[in-house]
Ligand binder design. Structure first.
Ligand SMILES: *[C@@H]1O[C@H](CO)[C@@H](O)[C@H](O)[C@H]1NC(C)=O
Ligand SMILES: *[C@@H]1O[C@H](CO)[C@@H](O)[C@H](O)[C@H]1NC(C)=O
Ligand SMILES: *[C@@H]1O[C@H](CO)[C@@H](O)[C@H](O)[C@H]1NC(C)=O
Length: 436
């Protein structure tokens, strides 16, 4: 060793570093990860693609902000040499919070093994769930410096749950499951931050267009959108609230909701307070009421009395514009030729969701409140959630588009940007060109 000249060692390590990329996850530690998110024009769901299994294959998934974990259909076409089921009472089962041990007679196959702990994969679109085995397999994702995607990194033992083919009902064609970003220890954000020891934060930026995609980031900013705007800056913050009662379609008694709730205290239209039954806005002991954010609801849904009050106030403020026959599922539609257009969409009254104080509000502008249902017709993009929905207000996809939402799990707060159109950018402006 001592006889090898210094410059030779330097040269060797230089050659090594260019010919053998550092094994992902081992020496290279990403600060953040990035996933593309597209909008499916027929279901209005938001889709992302993860690479999973050995050999790696792209797996198309519906993004589910409040979902408990990743679940995929293991019945059809799951083939991987690195698939392992989680044995009952193993560390994986306790991390996953599984309380049941299942057997399966048709296997062994992915999704069908004995002595495996189980969880309930939930199709939150149809509100259907089954029992499925907890498993682990390789997942690979692109890292990011916030400006471009970089090196691909992998999580060798990513935990997920096996679903069955019928659970894919009403998901977009080609989707093989759902990617849950909810408040659990095995959701995508939790496993990614634990694997790479980065901040327990993630952000979604949904695109309004089905031809150009949006983005999800895991880890802290910067989150750069062209032309060089860091949308992780100047966010407005509000506490995330835990609903003590699960909002899933199947759960164990005592389980809290894994969805993200915020404290809407009142609603204003054009700065005027809308009279509402305030008790609907808080979460009661049974978990009813309150406001959550959802990526599986295409439009904001409001309990009937809130819906009627908000639509009534909006129509009153827009009384100079000609109303036309409503187009389902909406209740108030207008002749768009009489509505002006602004940088932030149709020039209509602003709707404010007032949060922890009167100076903190989520302002919804025309681009997020109005939906063009056909040529010449714009409708207020809110829907009636019925008299007794479990959650009084569900802020849906259309209202989230071209807004960046950052979820900080460590401090339990939401940062939101308001419409990026004000900053002359959109959620489809992340530069997905991979940096060499
Ligand atoms: C599970 O155990 C049962 C009973 O021993 C056996 O019949 C079955 O084949 C096993 N299934 C798998 C997937 O190994
Ligand atoms: C307000 O909502 C609560 C909870 O749903 C309900 O019990 C109460 O009757 C409502 N009050 C009025 C005045 O409608
Ligand atoms: C996107 O990123 C690539 C790689 O860094 C860069 O070469 C390109 O100029 C960027 N595009 C724009 C429009 O800035």
């Amino acid at each position: 060793m001592a006889s090898i000249p210094f410059h030779f060692l330097v040269l060797c390590s230089f050659i090594l570093s260019i010919t053998f990329p550092i094994p992902s996850g081992a020496s290279f530690r990403p600060k953040a990860l990035v996933l593309p998110v597209t909008k499916d024009s027929s279901t209005l769901q938001y889709l992302t693609t993860l690479h999973q299994r050995t050999p790696l294959v792209p797996v198309k998934l519906t993004l589910d902000l409040g979902g408990k974990f990743l679940w995929v259909d293991c019945n059809r076409g799951y083939s991987s040499s690195s698939y392992h089921h989680a044995r009952c009472r193993s560390a994986q089962c306790s991390l996953a919070g599984s309380k049941i041990c299942i057997s399966c007679f048709a296997g062994p196959l992915p999704g069908c093994n004995n002595n495996t702990c189980g969880l309930s994969p939930d199709n939150t679109v149809t509100r259907t769930s089954t029992d499925g085995e907890v498993a682990q397999d390789v997942v690979a994702v692109q890292s990011t410096d916030g400006s471009n995607p970089g090196r691909i990194v992998s999580v060798p033992k990513f935990l997920f749950t096996c679903g069955v083919t019928f659970l894919l009902q009403r998901l977009p064609s080609g989707a093989q499951g759902m990617a849950g970003l909810g408040r659990t220890r095995i959701s995508l954000p939790s496993q990614f931050s634990a694997s790479f020891s980065f901040d327990r934060k993630f952000a979604i930026c949904l695109s309004s267009s089905s031809s150009s995609g949006g983005v999800a980031f895991f880890g802290s900013g910067p989150y750069m959108m062209l032309p060089g705007i860091d949308v992780s800056k100047s966010l407005i913050y509000t506490p995330l609230i835990i609903n003590p009662v699960s909002t899933a379609s199947s759960y164990f008694a005592g389980e809290p909701s894994t969805e993200y709730f915020i404290g809407v205290k009142s609603i204003k239209v054009n700065g005027k307070q809308v009279p509402l039954n305030a008790s609907l806005l808080s979460i009661d002991q049974e978990g009813n009421g309150g406001t959550k954010i959802s990526t599986v609801n295409p439009y904001t849904m409001m309990q009937t009395s809130i819906y009627k009050a908000v639509v009534g106030a909006f129509v009153k403020e827009l009384s100079k514009v000609r109303r036309v026959m409503p187009v389902k599922p909406f209740g108030a539609c207008f002749d768009s030729t009489t509505i002006t257009s602004t940088r932030v969409g149709p020039g209509v009254p602003q709707i404010d969701l007032v949060l922890q104080s009167s100076s903190v509000y989520w302002r919804i502008f025309g681009a997020n409140s109005m939906v063009q249902v056909k040529e010449g017709v714009l409708c207020l993009g809110f829907v009636d959630g019925g008299l007794t929905p479990m959650t009084s207000i569900v802020i849906g996809g259309h209202q989230l588009e071209d807004n960046l939402l950052q979820f900080d799990l460590a401090t339990s707060r939401l940062g939101f940007s308001s419409s990026l159109l004000f900053r002359q950018t959109t959620c489809s402006n992340f530069n997905f060109t991979t940096k060499a």
